[in-house]
Design a protein around this ligand. Structure first.
Ligand code: 7TS
Length: 427
């Protein structure tokens, strides 16, 4: 039996079933758009941001129509309703990643801000001269630049763990680096936004902990696509963005183990993060509010709650199974095309729903333009991973990335466009 989702309502709560993609698609108004004259939108840029179901759009609209107010402050009814809605998303996030307490969930603007918060607040206190921060060659710029900035300020080192030919994380080099260096933090993406590589995160964290090193997990590409359990993982920090998991832009999550958060200085000062302010001193609010200065993005946090509800109705293991199926099908079809180079692990189950590639010497931007003429949205460029591009010895790649509403007909259209591009460029 298929899992059936329609109109934002779930007609079956069974998990681990095939997704009924046709019904899911009905929930996404944008998928009905016609582009470039008469082409139906084929949206294959989900690693950048996903589309939003009606239930999320409605939740935001309903909030503004009926409940809009500032939170945590007023005693009037609207303030109370807005606060309840905002805080209920915090509980949904807690459950979604299985954190122990809501105190461990901080709302930020996005993954980038969440990582920067750790670099500024935790990093400035816990990283010193000649210490080392360890990341990988396939990090997104958001998990490189904050550490470069901290390293320059503290006069400490930034080191990179490499990978093998297929883009798999190099556990041997990792062990050597954590043995030799004064590593004070490992910060690593659980799933690469270019190679699709899913790293053995539990093992990586365990190895770091054996040497007393805390770990930050950049989960921007993993939380939206697979089950993530922070207690099982035992990471100290984890960051992700709502907009990559059906939610609105402008909301991110930072998870921090409570005992660490309790000892971190605030990141921003101002309203809502205080307990008491006098002329020269301030005592801070309790967790997690100490880290949420100023009026937050209330409406979009409420919308984010609806996106978590939507994913829960489907079940994350069904999301993952669907994406492996799409990746397997796409890679099989792409392999037949002469001149294609696919980056990252060969095994579909070893990667997320992301395929970066090049076709002969066609420039990725040209390829993306050919796709766009057919209404197919793919990404081209360095994908905010220039360190990785240098490692792959390319300046750019094309990239397709999938989500719950993508189907094999869309992949066929994409593959047909690749064949057309070959003919056009005579390769
Ligand atoms: N980390 C990873 C692994 C990412 O893929 C991204 C965004 C970020 C961090 C930053 O997320 P943000 O929400 O703060 O912007 N990745 C992409 C991408 O692949 N294409 O556009 C954005």
């Amino acid at each position: 039996m298929n899992l059936v989702i329609g109109g934002g309502k779930c007609l079956s709560r069974q998990r681990n079933q095939d997704l009924n993609v046709a019904l899911i698609r009905e929930d996404f108004p944008i998928l009905k758009r016609v582009l470039r004259g008469n082409r139906k939108l084929v949206y294959l840029d989900n690693a950048a941001t996903t589309q939003k179901p009606l239930s999320v759009i409605d939740a935001i609209s309903n909030y503004y129509k009926n409940h809009n107010s500032n939170i945590h402050r007023g005693v009037h009814q609207l303030a109370e309703e807005a606060t309840i809605q905002y805080e209920s998303t915090r509980e949904k996030v807690r459950k979604f990643i299985n954190a122990r307490s809501q105190d461990e969930i901080i709302f930020t603007r996005n993954t980038t801000e969440a990582i920067n918060l750790i670099a500024y607040s935790w990093g400035s206190k816990n990283i010193g001269k000649n210490d080392c921060i360890l990341i990988t060659e396939f990090e997104h710029h958001s998990n490189i630049v904050p550490w470069q900035m901290l390293a320059q300020e503290k006069n400490c080192n930034l080191e990179y763990v490499g990978m093998d030919e297929d883009g798999n994380f190099d556990l041997v080099e990792y062990q050597e680096l954590i043995n030799l260096n004064r590593v004070k933090l490992v910060s690593i993406s659980q799933m690469s936004n270019v190679l699709g590589t899913i790293v053995p995160i539990n093992r990586i964290i365990k190895m770091a902990h054996e040497r007393g090193i805390p770990v930050l997990v950049d989960a921007a590409q993993s939380v939206p696509h697979m089950e993530v359990d922070v207690q099982e993982m035992d990471c100290e920090f984890l960051a992700f963005s709502a907009h990559k998991m059906l939610g609105p832009t402008g909301v991110g999550v930072l998870y921090v183990k409570r005992e660490i958060l309790a000892n971190m200085p605030p990141f921003l000062g101002g309203g809502d993060m205080i307990k008491e302010v006098d002329k020269y001193n301030t005592s801070y609010n309790e967790l997690p509010y100490k880290f949420e200065a100023g009026t937050p993005n209330i409406a979009d946090v409420v919308g984010f709650g609806a996106s978590i509800d939507y994913l829960n109705r489907i079940g994350m293991s069904a999301v993952r199974t669907h994406e492996i199926d799409l990746v397997r099908y796409t890679m099989e079809r792409m392999r037949d095309i002469e001149g294609i180079t696919i980056y990252g692990p060969l095994q579909p189950s070893a990667r997320g729903g992301v395929i970066a590639f090049n076709l002969g010497d066609i420039h990725p931007h040209d390829l993306a333009t050919i796709m766009d003429d057919r209404g197919i949205a793919i990404r081209s460029g360095h994908h905010c991973a220039q360190v990785l591009m240098r490692r792959l010895q390319v300046s750019a790649t094309s990239r397709v990335s999938f989500y719950i509403y993508n189907n094999k007909e869309e992949i066929d259209l994409f593959v047909q466009a690749l064949y057309d591009a070959r003919r056009l460029f005579k390769i």
